[in-house]
Design a binder for this molecule. Sequence first.
Ligand code: PMP
Length: 447
Amino acid sequence: MISDAVIARVAAREAERFRAANPRAFAHHAAATGWFQSVPFHWMADWPSPVPIVAAAAKDATLTSIDGQRYDDFCLGDTASLFGHSPPALAAALAKQADEGLSYMLPTERAAALSGTLAAMFGLPQWQVTTTASEANRAVIRWCRGISGRRRILTFNGAYHGAVDDAFVDLKDGDAAMRASLIGQVHDLRGTTTVIEFNDEEALAGALRGGDIACVLAEPVMTNVGMVLDAPGFLSTLRALCDETGTLLVFDETHTISSGYGGHGVVHGPKPDLLVVGKSIGGGVPCAVYGFSAAVADRMAALNRSRPAGHSGIGTTLSANALAITAMDTMLDEVITPAAYATMLRGAARLVAGLEQEIAAADLDWHVTSVGARVEFLTCPVPPRNGSEAKAAMHPGLEAAIHLFLANRGILLAPFHNMMLVSPVTGDDQIDRLVGGFADCTKALKE
Ligand code: PMP
């Protein structure tokens, strides 16, 4: 057990160290008054450092700052750059596309090839493009409601699916409650969202057998409340109950694409009716896709035939622009390959083993979880089985101190999680430095 006093002491010492090493970041933020909270996007103020690091450039799995610091990047844009920063093939394709126009609201020849690649990789025949994973999830929810005629969706307690209002319902003391942190939400989302604990087969059966759920929107393994792995048999029960009750199963594989080539559903099963992937699929270019079965496509086409012409409420003008198509086509052809996954999984195994060894050496009751190339340390002894357990196990103050300690030693972790992403271009030396920094941090926390 690490006391709050020790955590506060380490955090204060590391804040001072950060201040001394990053004068330009402080000057930058003092001058950036035109941005709300001095950042162009408010999440950027959420890093544990006194001010955010100001990025200068990033290549492969290394990021440099305007203060001349070099970071082994295990955040990788919180998955957007899971396959490395600026892969050469992507950089070249984007430069070429930049010369040929970026957004015409017309398909390009590349788009035809891309749909085939998506189908082969993820095992679903039909696809649509959006600009973000949030938007893809919103589109999918609309389609599922539209084709099923059912109003409710079901999500799991503690889930995150992006800026998707319907998914911001949690369990609080066993009852559904809107996520307290939401800004400006005026609808009672509980009227159309059912929330249960992940891995709770009984609650799932009860909810789905009511016959009023359009779709289950789920990560096959939860990754946004810390990682919560599926209990043996849970996902096949989920699939079976969806089939039994005519409920559509949506896998949001935006993070679990780390599982292996084709994502979690392809590697471990079961197969969803609809699938969403965003962030990394464009290598950092804003784009996302959703795929669906032939049966779902038929129902979508029938719905389209039955509605009057006009706004569908799905999609935005920039969706599937030429830049996005080129980015995804290049990434899937040349970067997101089975060979890349082999390297990522090997690196992740090295990281897991290193962290486990250091946790044991420091005699801490922590543990390490991984979903393919996504690795996480949790500062609790037993892997949580659901969102409530995961939330109870969180220690934001301790996590922030660890993150800042590591940042001061040139190691970058995503601010919202203890997740570490291993890309195909992450070197063993980088992994070993992370393990070494983690070991030093546990020593500092035990002093
Ligand atoms: N789905 C999942 C599982 C996510 O983790 C996230 C973002 N962390 C999103 C969707 C939304 O992605 P974006 O913010 O790029 O829209």
